[in-house]
Design a protein around this ligand. Structure first.
Ligand code: LLP
Length: 411
């Protein structure tokens, strides 16, 4: 099996397992699909990579080299962007509970746009700007009340969501009052993110139409950011819509709704995370022991929930192959289990695979989003290395953690 032009067995020999592998050519294709299609003649557009899906220096460098903007949700992500010289004017800073020092750090580094989540945050930011004599551009995260049909833990737009303010609520009105009088904060527009791994484009177009109606309250053209959440293919149960079509549908909906409501906007933004990185990522494991119980057969791998928490957390499904046996008959129904001391550490349950033996390599697909970024050191597992593959080249972009590093902060 090859990724780009590189043999996966060679990657194992060079870098070991578990190993996160990214197909850089695929990453670039995804980035360009959005950038080339999310365009309008009526208004400016901006595509931001939601870095929470996969935030490492090399990824941020790639985003920058393609001229894409960046969404960060913590100082950690912002710090990563700063460390590779990412232009701060192209950064949107999210978060429902940014501390004073978070806000101060963002102001000091001239972050382009702060996405304000709630009334108390706006008051804090206004005070800070006054005291420090700083200016800030903001957009406000709105809860537009559109609930996308996805896993309940990752839906964000129900009325009691921890994210955003409800249009015309008392908090919203208070925020508008503050902004009207503010000398330091420039209100640019609104943000809404309705959930993740969504396949139903109607959910997005509905949310977008709601935002456009709200624009009628304002004299100036606003910036609208409709978040990310576009679904990807994990298994054949998932039927994602191609991102060029997603982009064009959103643009067309926006142009039509603007005409119908007779309003103008300054800019339309989207911030995909998963759909840029998920399918470009693979995780490579070595199979250790194989065990049969009365009703199951287990293939034990040398990683697990520490490098991919999604099956345990969201019952997420993945597809896999035994490297070199992709075309063999898949007549064993097996459960791929990790090595953590936790019964729920099952990466894939009941998947048909060919007969494997200890030492074989198992590869899981579509692990590029929220795999590395949600990895943990549970059971003191080491964080795997990350490689980017392009053409014949494999480049190490994150070193495997060592045992010394694992305990270096412990006193
Ligand atoms: N923008 C905002 C404000 C968000 O909260 C998110 C994701 C995104 C953009 C990017 O969404 P994406 O295109 O990646 O779906 N850990 C979960 C996903 C949590 C998503 C949180 N917010 C998972 O592994 O499925």
């Amino acid at each position: 099996m090859k990724i780009c032009n590189v043999d996966v067995v060679k990657l194992k020999e060079q870098f070991g397992t578990p190993l996160y592998i990214y197909d850089k050519e695929h990453l670039k294709r995804n980035i360009m699909l959005y950038l080339n299609n999310f365009k309008s003649k009526e208004f400016d557009t901006e595509v931001l990579f939601a870095s929470k899906a996969f935030c490492i220096k090399e990824m941020v460098r790639l985003i920058n080299s393609c001229n894409m903007s960046l969404d960060v949700v913590s100082i950690g992500e912002l710090y990563t962007a700063l460390s590779v010289g990412f232009p701060m004017e192209k950064v949107y800073f999210h978060g429902n509970n940014k501390s004073l020092s978070d806000l101060e750090f963002a102001l000091e580094h001239n972050v382009g746009t702060i996405v304000v989540d709630n009334l108390m945050e706006l008051i804090a930011l206004e005070d800070l700007c006054k005291n420090k004599n700083k200016k800030a551009n903001i957009i406000i995260r709105l809860n537009v009340g559109v609930e996308a049909h996805t896993h309940k833990f990752i839906v964000t737009a129900h009325v009691d969501s921890k994210f955003g303010v409800i249009y015309n609520s008392n908090d919203y009105k208070e925020m508008m009052k503050i902004l009207k009088d503010s000398k330091n904060i420039t209100f640019k527009g609104f943000h809404s993110h309705i959930g993740s791994q969504i396949f139903d484009l109607d959910a997005f177009t509905h949310a977008l139409e709601k935002l456009i109606v709200i624009c009628k309250d304002f004299d100036k053209p606003l910036v609208l950011n409709i978040g990310g959440g576009f679904g990807v293919h994990y298994t054949d149960e998932d039927k994602p819509i191609s991102f060029d079509i997603v982009s064009k549908t959103l643009i067309n909906t926006c142009e039509k709704a603007l005409k119908e409501n007779n309003v103008k906007i300054e800019k339309l933004c989207i911030e995909p995370g998963r759909s840029i990185v998920a399918e470009a990522g693979y995780t490579l494991y070595t199979i250790g022991y194989i065990k049969k119980t009365p009703n199951k057969e287990y293939y034990f791998i040398d990683g697990g929930m520490t490098d991919n928490i999604r099956p345990a957390l969201y019952q997420a499904k993945y597809d896999a192959d035994i490297v070199g046996k992709e075309n063999e008959l898949k007549k064993h129904i097996v459960t791929v289990a990790g090595k953590c001391c936790e019964s729920g550490d099952l990466i894939i349950e009941n998947i048909p695979l060919p007969e494997a033996k200890p030492g074989d390599l198992l590869i899981t697909y579509t692990t590029g989003a929220y795999g590395y970024s949600m990895s943990s050191n549970y059971n003191k597992a080491l964080t795997p290395a990350v490689v980017f593959v392009e053409g014949d080249e494999a480049k190490l972009v994150v070193k495997r953690q060592s045992y010394e590093e694992l305990i270096e902060r412990e006193i």
